[in-house]
Design a protein around this ligand. Structure first.
Ligand code: NAD
Length: 481
């Protein structure tokens, strides 16, 4: 683990295994952190914060740019580690890692653009202004599906703002974050500005959230864990951002370009083996094209090339770990029990690893568990609608609100839908696009706060208001103001 600039073991000396989900066998061991290790990491971050918070934003921007260049150089090797650790396709990871550099360039540029204001005070004997100061130590807790990307959505704005970070990656895929953390020293960041502890949620995550030396918890993961994180952070009033789950609707109207829509639906649910928070897991299709689209999707699902995620030709890899495989298969069984009609897949795929065939259910109603609960795997629920009004009602009838897709050639309908959908991101004639300038986060049970976009950096600052008395006159001590 990286603590205070040194690579260390857990104090207990214990390690745990990380399993390669393609082979179903362990391929690495990492230290198993406990509360004492978390405390050491937070102390190291607090100590580093004293000087780091006083560096100029320009200096921080320069370091972030150097880091971005190193990321672009090492993209392939970090991508291989992540692919081996969580089974995500190399063809996705190489692009993701190269694109990752852009997040650091973006926040490097933002570092010296965020400042306070001089305020038009209601009295002329005062000069009033605000300054934005770095918030302090940030705990960044990430899931296993995109460890380095999701950590970076937190690290880049936090470091740009002058905060120090302790990252806790998921126990199922901790290796790429360690590989990535090695770049910070090379880029010239002082020891303790970036720290990584590896371990389990209860043993390392919870003590990190509850540590009084942590000023903000930036969390990505499941909704139930998000609630626990918010409760833990409340014990010492740490700030929180929560990026949680979803059951996002992908809405296809009869006037859509059906080839493009079919492609977008595949991107929404089968890319990354459906293991993305923004998965378009509920397909809503207008009656007139419902059967045709579902048929096309079933054919495409059956032809998806499953295999080694390190092979650039592979289209779908395994799910990330055995427990998750069992969970996805159980959700498929429950969907059949509820009366949904299986139109593609539905079984475990070949191979020693944790493969699930791309699965599609038709005749789904929005009250089925299949339509309400996040599965986080390659399982699509297809529903039909007969009017725009019904599409909006179905799309919004969910506890979640992370993302939504709309497929139509009607520009007015596109804007009406973008306005009506209660989701943090709406894509029109596209799916699964993200970028550093675009705020990302959820309505309702999908989370609190937004990552990315220029506003993200202010979430890592405190606002201080300064009142300067200009005349030296004394005033009535018993009056406010
Ligand atoms: P998870 O909630 O089980 O774990 C996420 C992280 O939290 C892990 O690092 C885990 O060790 C840690 N953790 C677990 N219990 C904790 C506790 N009590 N206190 C502190 N930390 C704790 O999620 P997961 O199964 O790893 O990931 C899948 C979930 O993440 C899905 O629900 C998915 O939708 C969500 N997700 C959301 C986004 C987003 O941006 N909205 C992105 C990716 C994934």
């Amino acid at each position: 683990m990286l603590i205070g600039g040194s690579w260390v073991e857990a104090r207990s000396g214990e390690r745990f295994e990380s399993v390669n989900p393609y082979l179903g066998t362990p391929w690495a061991t990492v230290p198993r952190a406990g509360a004492a290790d978390v405390d050491a990491a937070v102390q190291a971050a607090r100590a580093a914060f004293v000087d780091w918070s006083r560096t100029t934003p320009v200096a921080r921007g320069k370091l972030l740019r150097r880091l971005a260049d190193l990321i672009a150089e090492r993209a392939s090797s970090i991508a291989r580690v992540e692919t081996t650790d969580n089974g995500k396709l190399i063809r996705e990871m190489e692009g993701q890692l190269r694109g990752l550099a852009d997040y650091y360039h973006y926040f490097a540029g933002a570092a010296d653009k965020v400042g306070g204001e001089t305020l038009p005070a209601d009295r002329d004997n005062f000069f009033v202004y605000t300054v934005r100061e770095p918030l302090g130590v940030v705990a960044a807790i990430t899931p296993w599906n995109s460890p380095v990307l999701l950590a970076s959505w937190k690290i880049a704005p936090a470091l740009a703002a002058g905060c120090c970070v302790v990252v806790k990656p998921a126990e199922q895929a901790p290796c790429s974050t360690l590989e990535f953390a090695a770049l910070f020293e090379e880029a010239g960041f002082p020891p303790g500005v970036m720290n990584v502890v590896t371990g389990f949620g209860g043993e390392a995550g919870a003590p990190l959230v509850e540590h009084p030396g942590v000023d903000k918890v930036a969390f990505t993961g499941g909704t139930a864990t998000g609630r626990a994180v918010m409760r833990g952070a409340a014990s010492h009033l740490a700030r929180v951002t929560l990026e949680l789950g979803g059951k996002s609707p992908n809405v296809v109207f009869a006037d859509a370009d059906l080839d493009a829509a079919a492609n977008g639906v595949v991107a929404g649910i089968f890319a990354a083996t459906g293991q993305t928070c923004m998965a378009g897991s509920r397909l809503l299709v207008e009656d007139a094209v419902h059967d045709e689209l579902v048929e096309r999707l079933a054919a495409r699902a059956a032809s998806i090339r499953m295999g080694d995620p390190l092979d650039p030709e592979t289209e779908m890899g395994p799910v990330a770990f055995e427990g998750h495989l069992q969970g996805v298969l159980a959700a498929i069984a429950s969907a059949s029990d509820e009366g949904a009609r299986l139109v593609a897949g539905g079984t475990r795929g070949d191979g020693p690893g944790y493969f699930v065939r791309p699965t599609i259910f038709g005749d789904v109603t929005n009250d089925m568990r299949l339509a309400r609960e996040e599965i986080f795997g390659p399982v699509l629920a297809a529903l039909r609608f007969s009017s725009e009004e019904e599409a909006v009602a179905l799309a919004n009838d969910t506890a979640f609100g992370l993302a939504a897709g709309v497929w139509t050639r009607d520009v007015q309908r596109a804007h009406r839908m973008a306005r009506a959908l209660r989701a943090g991101t709406v894509w029109v004639n596209a799916y699964r696009a993200v970028g550093p300038a675009a705020p990302f986060g959820g309505y309702k049970d999908s989370g609190i706060g937004r990552e990315n976009g220029i506003q993200a950096i202010t979430g890592y600052t405190e606002t201080k208001t300064v009142w300067i008395e200009l005349t030296g006159a004394t005033r009535d001590p018993f009056q406010l103001g």
